[in-house]
Design a protein. Structure first.
Length: 439
């Protein structure tokens, strides 16, 4: 009888536990079904596909954002630390109906250079809803004593999210201090000036507009004055001719690489704004920044290198001046397949002195600089130059070169006499260039 009672008690306990588990499972299923119903997008609404193993379903992103930022959800998360793609985020109250999220350390990915995470020691964002149920708050990047601060506002519609960010006026030195661990020059660099910025992000279009404003940006202490009298160390097959780099090549390089070379002070804010996007279509490096890369920073990808380049470029432009920056750049820049400097490129590719180049030849050489190895490999494979890019460079050169007239037809045409009767026949590249531009 006693054994029967023990067995009966165990059976009842097992049934009770089974019932509780079944009820919990049913509650989870019902809750999940209700959540999916709540997150189901309507026609025309911004949606993303949620993948869970082989199962997938479209969900409404505006509904997800409203749910994640709802006061009830934030109350549930209050005092907790949430693991996110950026790092661990701690949620805490910040006054009535407002919350503060702290990410320390924090890694921001996907802007500017692909795969390059911008690592911050600390990121603090406050969040509140306004009368129209839009989101707004403040932010602080870095340690409190020297943080970069500002305000943000997000407008959510069924079709998109538009985020507007405004940075407060901040010493430029404080902005660079955010990345002190990755900029070895910063301890002895003297950085002056003020900055602020505006940023606009639209999702799901993934369009990013970044408009920085700098005032009085000046850098000293990096020692770039040493380049004033330094001899470029480049393996060329001869010295730069007495005529320098001629008339056309410097103009073509400016047209191809840095059209505001004579206007900026080492950096181009418009190009920086274009480059800081999810999918940058072009670089933002001025000739001064490219020279800094050749001499000081090397070619490693990442935001740290770009910031170091910026520091050096601002000082280079001030200490050397435009003419010396151009001279050093043309003396050192790689021109593909191991060639270093403009003299080697002109001599080996076109069999000419660099100061004797025609406008078309100079434009072709300048058109290679964005990726010289690739362009020359294409020429070797196809026997054709990139005519569209050469024409574009020619059209951007100032003053615009005159297009040479074709030789007159008929028996009375005067044959042009070459400058040097003993000169070698045109190189294959010159023949392909003449053919491409004649079309």
């Amino acid at each position: 009888m006693k054994a029967w009672r023990v067995t009966s008690w165990r059976t009842k306990l097992a049934l009770w536990i089974t019932g509780v588990l079944a009820a919990l499972l049913l509650a989870l299923l019902v809750g999940g079904w209700a959540m999916l119903r709540l997150l189901r997008p309507v026609d025309g609404e911004w949606a993303q596909t949620l993948h869970i193993g082989p199962w997938q379903r479209a969900i409404s992103m505006p509904a997800v954002i409203r749910l994640a930022t709802h006061p009830v959800m934030l109350r549930v998360l209050e005092g907790r630390t949430v693991r996110t793609p950026f790092g661990r985020v701690a949620i805490a109250p910040d006054g009535p109906d407002a919350w503060r999220a702290t990410c320390a350390p924090c890694a921001l990915r996907g802007i500017g250079l692909p795969g390059d995470a911008v690592r911050l020691t600390r990121l603090v964002v406050t969040l509140a809803r306004d009368a129209d149920m839009n989101l707004q708050g403040d932010f602080a990047l870095g340690e409190p004593a020297h943080a970069v601060r500002g305000r943000w506002r997000a407008v959510l519609t069924p079709q998109r999210l538009e985020l507007n960010v405004q940075g407060d006026v901040t010493p430029i030195a404080d902005a660079f201090a955010l990345f002190a661990s990755t900029i070895p020059e910063l301890p002895h660099a003297q950085v002056d000036g003020l900055m602020r910025f505006d940023l606009r992000l639209r999702l799901p279009e993934r369009t990013l507009e970044f408009r920085p404003r700098l005032d009085g940006f000046r850098v000293a202490g990096l020692g770039t004055e040493a380049l004033l009298n330094a001899a470029p160390n480049c393996n060329t097959d001869g010295a730069v001719p007495a005529g320098g780099f001629g008339t056309w090549l410097p103009r073509a390089v400016i047209a191809a690489e840095d059209q505001r070379f004579h206007e900026h002070t080492g950096y181009d804010l418009d190009e920086i704004g274009h480059a800081l996007s999810f999918e940058p279509q072009r670089g933002a490096s001025t000739l001064s920044q490219q020279l800094a890369r050749l001499v000081y920073t090397g070619g490693a990808r990442g935001h740290a290198r770009k910031l170091r380049e910026l520091l050096y470029a601002v000082e280079l432009d001030r200490t050397l001046g435009k003419a010396r920056v151009m001279h050093l750049y043309l003396s050192l820049v790689p021109w593909g397949q191991g060639r270093c400097g403009a003299h080697a490129a002109a001599a080996q590719l076109l069999h000419k002195r660099v100061d004797k180049l025609t406008p078309a030849e100079a434009a072709w050489l300048a058109s290679l600089l964005h990726n010289p190895d690739l362009e020359l490999a294409r020429f070797d494979a196809r026997g054709e130059v990139n005519a569209a890019r050469v024409r574009w460079v020619l059209s951007q050169m100032r003053p615009v070169p005159r297009t040479p007239k074709p030789p007159a037809r008929g028996g009375n045409a005067t044959r042009a006499v070459p400058e040097d009767a003993t000169a070698a026949p045109p190189a294959p590249i010159q023949q392909a260039l003449a053919l491409a531009l004649a079309r």
